[in-house]
Design a binder for this molecule. Structure first.
Ligand code: ADP
Ligand code: 5GP
Length: 212
């Protein structure tokens, strides 16, 4: 008997480190293994972002109602906006055996780990701070002041990196995607994630030992 339970994974990293790009590739390559949680946010959509695909874009009032109705696993404020993870989709996908990825910032990551200690925490970084700035500017989606806020937020976030299980350097994109995939799939081999199989083998061995 084989029962593959989904793993809950949090991916954090500085804005501009390439999390979104990595997640896109991972989902394209392994659509049957992974599901990406879609967060709710009060920030405005960037050009090309679609409601219900990148985020659920909601008003501050709508977001606060979601908090009151306990519809979020966690939420946090990031550079003047709310961001949060809706519960329902995440648990539905885990039940179906999918490995569910939350791409969220550090305050949210630590809250998730506190409530669900088996969560795997990955932190993505570019090879250098200079490369981070280049990527943020190169993305061309934020004005100069927002790029500066995000870099200053990155400085705060790096202080919490030791709470994470793995550091993933996003230098060569393809290598990085494969590294993330391996880390997550290796997690399935943990003894603690294989109770059902272990109990089945134990029962069978007991039968042998008793001379069946
Ligand atoms: P995040 O989701 O972490 O904010 P993005 O995925 O939007 O970051 O990436 C920020 C910018 O860096 C984008 O313009 C993206 O195309 C670019 N980028 C991502 N990964 C790499 C990489 N390995 N090498 C070079 N540029 C990258
Ligand atoms: P962005 O505005 O660049 O899309 O996201 C800004 C930051 O918010 C990123 O660090 C992203 O990982 C984080 N974020 C996105 N969704 C959530 C969420 O649901 N909860 C929390 N805590 N952070 C989130």
């Amino acid at each position: 008997m084989k029962e593959r339970k989904g793993i809950l994974i949090v991916v954090s990293g500085f804005s501009g480190s390439g999390k979104g790009t990595i997640m896109n590739r991972l989902l394209k390559e392994y659509p049957n293994i992974y599901a990406l949680s879609i967060s709710a946010t009060t920030r405005s959509p960037r050009v090309g972002e679609v409601h219900g695909r990148e985020y659920f874009f909601v008003s501050k009032e709508e977001f606060e109602t979601m908090i009151q109705e306990k519809k979020l696993i966690e939420y946090a404020q990031y550079v003047n906006n709310y961001y949060g993870t809706p519960k329902e989709y995440v648990f539905q996908q885990l039940e179906m055996g999918k490995d569910v990825i939350l791409e969220i910032e550090i305050q949210g990551a630590l809250k998730v780990k506190e409530v669900y200690p088996n969560t795997l925490l990955l932190f993505v970084t570019p090879p250098s701070a200079k490369e981070l700035k280049n990527r943020l500017i190169g993305r061309g989606t934020e004005d100069e002041a927002t790029v500066a806020s995000r870099l200053s937020r990155a400085w705060q976030e790096v202080q919490g990196v030791e709470h994470y299980d793995y550091l993933v350097v996003n230098d060569d994109l393809e290598e990085c995607v494969q590294k993330v995939h391996s880390i997550i799939q290796n997690e399935h081999a943990r003894v603690a994630k294989n109770h059902v199989l272990i109990e089945t083998i134990k029962a069978e061995l007991k039968g042998f030992a008793e001379g069946e």
